[in-house]
Design a protein around this ligand. Structure first.
Ligand code: PMV
Length: 324
């Protein structure tokens, strides 16, 4: 029983996904989203089918864990594909801190479905794998594609049209990303919990959904025409509006620490002094700086000096997930 490996890069949303539509557990997004896939921050997953096993076994960064979401997705896929006859060993390794707002679940579920597809020779088309990845984590379907990706909200109840589409590949506009890590331990409120609570209690949530869905076409236009200034405005607004809807929940969902806020100020100052850079933040305290080609190094040097920043990680944009 040969081990089979697949990799997928983390992705960072520029136009955010925050909240679900419909009942059930298909993880259908309330709005579409637009993301960039990273090269250096990745998950590598090895799947080894083993007829001697009496259940699937999952390890993350070398430690065996009972991850209900992973095990549930694998058994759901097994029920759909007769070729997944035996149980398997799944070994997943992240090249960055898990659960600290660096989208490890996105690269993790994307690498998982790709490795299962390869190990059991499912030969499922990308859209089909994207639907499985989305059930694992709403943002994971985007990590199957490289470069710039638009995830569609879709209309169907069965989610067949809630799938990602590539807008540009990673070489077409080679932006650079610098992540300022302001905290290394796992975050307090998962994105899943944070968005569910925001939907249930935030008076700003419906405005968020209405507005975010409207800016997708404009952001797509800015990407396709390489309009960095417009993309900066739309992306910073989407990130802050997502956090504003969470801050307005009762009790508030607050992902930032003091250093996160210092990083946002530093990035604004860098932009005023002529650097091509904008910020975004997800469900955690890390700050992501998206830079024009050639600007990443000076942005990294500046962010490293912000009090409370523990380290910075730089990445190019990368290709979609694949078997390795
Ligand atoms: O896929 P999830 O459940 O981890 O949700 C991701 C939510 C954000 O990272 C905050 C935004 C996004 O679109 O990636």
């Amino acid at each position: 029983m040969t081990p089979t490996r697949a990799r997928a890069g983390a992705n960072i949303a520029l136009i955010k996904y925050w909240g679900k539509r419909g009942a059930g557990d298909l993880n259908l997004p309330a709005t579409g989203s637009i993301s960039i896939t990273l090269n250096e921050l990745e998950t590598v997953t090895t799947v080894t089918p083993d007829t001697a096993l009496s259940g699937d076994v999952f390890s993350l960064n070398g430690a065996l864990i009972e991850d209900a979401r992973v095990l549930r997705l694998v058994s759901r896929m097994r029920a759909a594909y007769p070729a997944m006859a035996s149980y398997c060993r799944i070994e997943s390794v992240n090249s960055f801190p898990t659960a600290a707002g660096l989208a490890s679940s996105a690269s993790g579920f994307a690498a998982l479905v790709l490795a299962l597809d390869a190990a059991f020779e499912l030969q499922a088309p990308t859209d089909e794998l994207a639907r499985w990845a989305r059930i694992g984590s709403g943002s994971a379907a985007r990590s199957l594609l490289g470069g710039f990706c638009r995830m569609h909200r879709g209309q169907a109840q069965d989610g067949h049209d809630a799938i990602p589409e590539q807008l540009l590949d990673h070489t077409a506009w080679p932006l650079e990303v610098v992540v300022a890590i302001t905290q290394t331990q796992a975050k307090g409120t998962s994105s899943r919990k944070g968005m569910t609570h925001t939907m249930a209690t935030s008076p700003y949530y419906s405005a968020w959904v209405r507005h975010n869905e409207q800016v997708l076409d404009e952001a797509e236009k800015a990407i396709v025409s390489r309009d960095f200034d417009r993309l900066s405005e739309l992306s910073e607004a989407s990130a802050l509006q997502m956090h504003a809807s969470a801050l307005a929940a009762e009790p508030a969902v607050l992902y930032w620490n003091g250093s996160s806020v210092e990083c946002l100020h530093a990035i604004r100052e860098l932009r005023q002094s002529g650097h091509g850079v904008f910020f975004t933040m997800d469900a955690g305290p890390q700050v992501k700086a998206v830079c024009l080609p050639g600007h990443g190094e000076s942005v990294a040097t500046r962010l490293q000096q912000v009090p409370g920043v523990q380290s910075v990680v730089s990445s190019a944009l990368g290709p979609g997930g694949c078997r390795i």
